[in-house]
Ligand binder design. Structure first.
Ligand code: AMP
Length: 248
């Protein structure tokens, strides 16, 4: 069974992002970039399935600038077998990413695609769903548990108000939620080993998918600064303050 894991290079989740002075976007100059945390969870799940003998190959794919090869290398150090980079200096929207991933899937023919539920830069939460629609494959999003047997995936999903368990026939798209697993840190020997694993670098433009924007960013602003709170001495004082503020 072959697993394909799309991984995105994003601003590291520990970085406090700064808006560019012209409000056109977020400043990416000299900012630490890392693998999107939900993609890390997807890689971890795929590697665990490989280690359990359920999967025979884990292929990671990233679409983005040349440095996205480092993100792929991180996934290889975690245990993935090989990588594919679709290189572009543009920043493709989810529909374009989904179309490019579909082109890769048509070539690679994986049995399952495990990907992040969301990339923490654009917070789109759209690519997996769009990819499932383009392929006409079943989708199980926000997975917190995944079990594969008899060419089916049993997926527990985190939904509002509880957990839902679905069974989907493979091939299928599964998107990873936070509680699916805790990704491992790559060990030094595995980082060294990953240097010898292959990454196939291709031009994203060679897939016949037009990389054009349907959206225009009007402006990006910082969230409003938090106003200072105050401490109350008693529950009574709290109630009267809430009454004054018109909350009660
Ligand atoms: P999004 O819909 O943008 O929130 O992203 C959801 C998931 O789609 C991510 O966690 C990745 O698995 C995948 N994805 C999004 N953009 C890319 C990209 N440029 N390259 C590879 N995978 C991507």
């Amino acid at each position: 069974m072959k697993i394909l894991v799309p991984v995105k290079r994003v601003v590291d989740y520990n970085v406090k992002v700064r808006v560019k002075s012209d409000q056109s976007g977020v400043d990416l100059a000299n900012v630490k970039m890392s693998m999107n945390p939900f993609c890390e969870i997807a890689v971890e799940e795929a590697v665990r399935l490989f280690e359990k003998g359920v999967a025979t190959e884990v292929v990671v794919v990233s679409i983005g600038v040349a440095q996205a090869a480092e993100t792929i290398r991180t996934a290889l150090a975690m245990g993935a077998d090989r990588g594919i980079l679709l290189s572009t200096d543009l920043d493709p929207e989810p529909l374009t990413v989904a179309k490019l991933l579909k082109a890769v899937i048509d070539e690679e023919k994986p049995n399952i695609v495990i990907m992040g539920k969301q990339a923490i830069d654009g917070d789109n939460n759209a690519t997996g769903q769009m990819l499932a629609a383009l392929l006409d494959w079943p989708q199980a999003t926000f997975a917190s548990d995944l079990d594969i047997a008899n060419n089916k995936a049993k997926v527990t999903r985190e939904v509002d108000g509880g957990l839902q368990t679905l069974e989907v026939n493979l091939p299928a798209i599964v998107t990873a939620d936070l509680r699916l697993n805790e990704p491992r840190f790559a060990s030094l020997p595995n980082i060294m080993k990953a240097k010898r694993k292959p990454i196939d670098i291709k031009e994203a433009s060679s897939y016949g998918v037009e990389i054009k924007s349907h959206l225009k960013v009007v402006k990006v602003v910082e969230p409003p600064k938090r106003e200072g709170g105050s401490k109350v001495e008693s529950a009574q004082e709290l109630v009267s303050k809430l009454k004054e503020a018109g909350v009660l």
